[in-house]
Design a binder for this molecule. Structure first.
Ligand SMILES: NC(=O)N[C@H](N)C(=O)O
Length: 271
């Protein structure tokens, strides 16, 4: 059965040795699942009974484009004003529990695998109507509008309803695309990438798109710049533009991750 990872939370034992697997460099970061404990969560204005692991944010003036959160909403919690920035668009991806989403006046109920694209200037609300926690991933990006192009339409779907598109020349690497790649109104994609055991990115991809990469299930060796790192469920990777990347899926089950990338726009020019 498909499983979608989420930060484990909890507290480490006081006699544990600190695990030194987190990596932070100017080109990439690795925040392993074991670093996502209770004491690194944030609370947000206008959200009740909710805690958030903020995994990525624009950081340095090198034009990072997105923020990425893992959000845990206790029963009865949620928000009537989830997004303070009207220019921000969002992708919500449910890992566990039930999400009640009101989007532009329409009600949607999302369970594990559920996916919502929320354009900028949308009216939306999120609540947890169930008796168990709602756990979801939230990617935020300020929408970069273009003269003559309207904003993209909202949509709600599920990983379980989508058919992954195989990558060229392989049956071991496929991408589940939620937005139409030819629809230039979109300036970000949040896809799910799936590798069968032994599947690989067989060269060091080096491109302008930034990535937030949350491992949903399975294991792999991942190349970041010049370093190979073993990653598994709940590990998060942040890659700045042009950071070389490749991977080899290990183990006996599919390796899957939620992948943010910025797309379809000119880079801003500075003097
Ligand atoms: N690291 C990745 O999975 N990269 C993808 N091939 C991508 O950039 O779409």
């Amino acid at each position: 059965m498909t499983h979608y990872a989420f930060p484990p939370g909890g507290l480490p034992e006081q006699d544990e040795d600190p695990v030194g697997t987190a990596i932070f460099t100017t080109a990439y970061a690795v925040l392993p699942a074991c670093t996502h404990r209770d004491i690194v969560t944030s609370l947000l204005p206008d959200w009740t009974d909710t805690r958030v692991w903020i995994l990525a944010r624009p950081l340095s003036g090198f034009a990072e484009t997105f923020a990425q959160y893992a959000v845990e909403v206790a029963p009865g919690g949620g928000s009537k004003r989830p997004e303070p920035d009207p220019d921000a668009q969002a992708v919500l991806f449910v890992a566990e529990g039930t999400m009640s989403l009101i989007l532009d006046g329409k009600h949607h109920s999302l369970t594990a695998g559920g996916y919502a694209y929320i354009p900028p200037h949308s009216a939306w609300q999120v609540h947890n109507p169930a008796d168990n926690p709602l756990k979801f991933h939230w990617v935020r990006k300020k929408y970069q509008s273009v003269a003559g192009l309207s904003r993209p339409d909202a949509f709600v779907t599920s990983d379980l309803e989508r058919t992954p598109t195989p990558m060229p020349n392989t049956d071991k690497w496929a991408t589940t695309r939620f937005a139409d790649p030819n629809d230039l109104r979109h300036d970000m994609h949040v896809n799910i990438v799936t590798f069968q055991p032994g599947g690989r990115i067989p060269f060091a991809e080096t491109h302008i798109m930034e990535h937030g990469l949350y491992v949903l299930e399975g294991e792999a060796d991942y190349l970041l710049n010049d370093q190979w790192v073993r990653v598994g469920p709940g590990d998060f990777m942040w890659l700045r533009a042009f950071c070389p990347q490749a991977c080899i899926a290990k183990g006996h089950t599919p390796f899957r991750y939620l992948l943010y990338k910025d797309v379809n726009r000119h880079p801003a020019l500075t003097l």
